[in-house]
Design a protein around this ligand. Structure first.
Ligand code: URA
Length: 210
């Protein structure tokens, strides 16, 4: 296993992911499961955030207590499927700053085409977590991270639900400094760029479109 990839094997995540993959799972069920999984993944993706201490007073004594160091995290959602992961992560880290990158896949070339970009200031001073449930070709992830690095981001993690080996290879080649945190590493991409066995189109399944 690539050392930049963290596979989160927690049984609750694996169980919920299986339910999400099932074609018979409803839109409402899919969304609920995604929210639940993203809370658990948020715990994992923030595991190595640096701490400092601050002086507080408990009802009994003064103490030096741990708090997160530095500026607030920036969460960057790759539209539109990223928003499904974003909701749960934000619930755990409500003070995070949030940015959006709109990218769609050109169905012929599978290349990422940008249509929206709005991100927090001071990216150079914040840990950045990019969220997108599916790391498929890796084209969108690489394009999004190119833009974030252009704007100063240096401490970047990529959080997804499913990754394909092709996407992991593309990301580690283009951005070897970016850690990938995923709940599963599937077998391959099909000829249309979908992850196999996967869960289908994450955006369609979460928003009930086709
Ligand atoms: N995006 C999806 O929603 N699903 C895939 O399988 C690949 C990319």
């Amino acid at each position: 296993m690539n050392e930049r990839v963290t596979l989160v094997r927690h049984p609750l995540i694996q169980h919920k992911l299986t339910l999400m993959r099932e074609r018979s799972t409803s839109t409402a069920g899919f969304r609920r499961l995604l929210r639940e999984i993203s809370l658990l993944l948020a715990y994992e993706v923030t595991r190595d955030l640096p701490l400092t201490t601050t002086t507080i007073e408990t009802p009994l004594a003064e103490m030096e207590a741990p708090v997160l160091q530095g500026k607030k995290l920036a969460l960057i959602s790759i539209l539109r499927a990223g928003n499904g992961l974003l909701d749960g992560v934000l619930e755990l880290i409500p003070s995070a700053r949030v940015g959006f990158i709109g990218l769609y896949r050109d169905e012929k070339t599978l290349n990422a085409v940008q249509y929206y970009y709005k991100v927090p200031d001071d990216l150079d001073e914040r840990p950045v977590i990019v969220v997108d449930p599916m790391l498929a070709t890796g084209n969108s992830a690489v394009a999004a991270i190119d833009l974030l690095k252009r704007d100063g981001a240096t401490d970047i993690r990529f959080l997804c639900l499913l990754a394909a080996p092709e996407g992991v290879a593309r990301m580690t080649e283009a951005h070897p400094d970016v850690r990938i945190i995923t709940a599963a590493l599937d077998e391959r991409l099909n000829e249309r760029g979908y992850i196999m066995p996967g869960l289908g189109d994450a955006g369609d399944r979460m928003f009930g479109t086709k």
